[in-house]
Design a protein around this ligand. Structure first.
Ligand code: ZN
Ligand code: ZN
Length: 304
C-alpha cells in the first residue's frame, strides 16, 4: 500500500523565500491527511499538484499561527469548489479553533466542519492505520502525531504448504483469509502455513518541541521521525528558551529511538538557504538524516 510523505512547508516561525510555514501531507493509498496547515498551505498544495479531494482530516500540533493559519483560506477555497464532505480538525485546543470558525461564519458553509480536541494517548482510527496523539514540550499545549499502520498478515509459506500437500489455488486463498481447510482427512489451520503478523510502518511528527521522553517512547523503531530542528547547537540557549530543538538534539532522539530515518524540519530563517550546519551536526550523531525542503516527497517502503 502506498505511503507517501510530501513536505508543503518546512520553515520555522517566519517563512522565507525558500520555505513556507509548517505543513506535511501524508498520503496513505487514497486517503490524504494534513499535519499542520501554516499560512499559504493551499497554494503549496496547488504547486505540488495535490488536489483537495480525499483530504478530510487535518491534525494541528498546536495553536501557534505558523501551524494553523492556512486552514481558513483552505476552507474557503474548498467551499468555493462546492465541497460537500465533512472536514475534521484535530487540535489540542478545540474551543479556540471552534470560536474562530464561528466568527468567520463557517457554520453556514455547505459542508460540515468538526473540531475534535485530542490529548496525550488519544487514538484516531482509520481503515488501514491509526493516528496516535502524544504530548510534546512547547510553550503552549502541543501534540505530536504518530501514524501507525495496522499489522499486516504474516508471509505465506509456500514451501510448507507444498510439504503439507496443499495444491496451489483456491485452498491457498482460503488459508490466507484465515479459514481452515481439510486435505486427505487432515485439518490444516492458517497458522500452519502463515507466519506471524508483521508490524506496519510508522511515521512520527513532533511539531514544535524540546526533546522529550514522550517523543522517544512513541518514535521507538519508527520508519521516519520528522523532528523540530529549528536551530544549530550554537543557539542551544535560544532553543531552550523558545522551547524548540537543535539539530543535534533531534539526532540524539533519533539515535536513542532507533528510527530508520530522521527528517529535520521547522528550519529557522537563518539557515533557510544553507541548512548545512544543521545537517552536519545531526549526522555526527545519526547518519541517516536529511533536511526537509518544501516539496520534498518520498515513499515510505515496507522494510521487508
Ligand atoms: Zn512553529
Ligand atoms: Zn510553536
Amino acid at each position: 500500500m502506498l505511503l507517501k510523505i510530501t513536505f508543503l512547508g518546512t520553515s520555522g516561525t517566519i517563512p522565507s523565500v525558500e520555505r513556507n510555514p509548517s505543513a506535511i501531507l501524508i498520503q496513505f493509498e487514497g486517503e490524504r491527511i494534513l499535519f499542520d496547515c501554516g499560512e499559504g498551505t493551499q497554494r503549496q498544495m496547488m504547486i505540488a499538484k495535490v488536489g483537495f479531494r480525499n483530504l478530510n482530516n487535518i491534525f494541528i500540533t498546536h495553536m501557534h499561527t505558523d501551524h494553523f493559519i492556512g486552514c481558513f483560506g483552505l476552507i474557503e477555497t474548498m467551499s468555493l469548489n462546492e465541497r460537500r464532505e465533512k472536514l475534521t480538525f484535530y487540535t489540542p485546543n478545540a474551543t479556540f479553533l471552534e470560536k474562530l470558525f464561528k466568527t468567520f461564519g463557517y457554520q453556514y458553509l455547505d459542508f460540515p466542519i468538526e473540531v475534535v480536541e485530542l490529548k496525550d494517548g488519544d487514538i484516531v482510527k482509520f481503515k488501514n492505520f491509526k493516528i496516535l496523539a502524544f504530548e510534546t514540550d512547547h510553550i503552549i499545549p502541543s501534540l505530536g502525531y504518530a501514524l501507525i499502520e495496522n499489522e499486516r498478515r504474516g508471509k505465506f509459506n509456500r514451501k510448507r504448504a507444498e510439504e503439507l500437500g496443499i495444491p496451489p489455488g483456491p485452498l491457498y486463498a482460503k488459508l490466507v483469509r484465515g479459514e481452515s481447510i481439510t486435505i486427505n482427512g487432515k485439518t490444516i489451520t492458517p497458522d500452519m502455513v502463515i507466519g506471524k503478523p508483521r508490524k506496519g510502518r510508522k511515521i512520527v511528527y513532533t511539531g514544535d518541541t524540546r526533546p522529550c521522553k514522550r517523543t522517544l517512547e512513541v518514535a521507538m523503531n519508527a520508519d521516519v521521525l520528522i523532528h523540530d530542528a529549528s536551530f544549530s547547537s550554537e543557539l542551544q540557549e535560544w532553543a531552550v528558551e523558545s522551547k524548540h530543538s537543535t539539530a543535534r538534539e533531534a539526532a540524539e532522539i533519533a539515535k536513542k529511538a532507533k528510527v530508520k530515518k530522521l527528517v529535520l524540519t521547522h528550519i529557522s530563517a537563518r539557515y533557510s538557504k544553507d541548512p548545512l550546519p544543521l545537517l552536519n551536526e545531526a549526522k555526527e550523531i545519526f547518519e541517516n538524516t536529511i533536511i526537509a525542503e518544501d516539496f520534498l516527497s518520498f515513499e515510505v517502503k515496507y522494510p521487508d
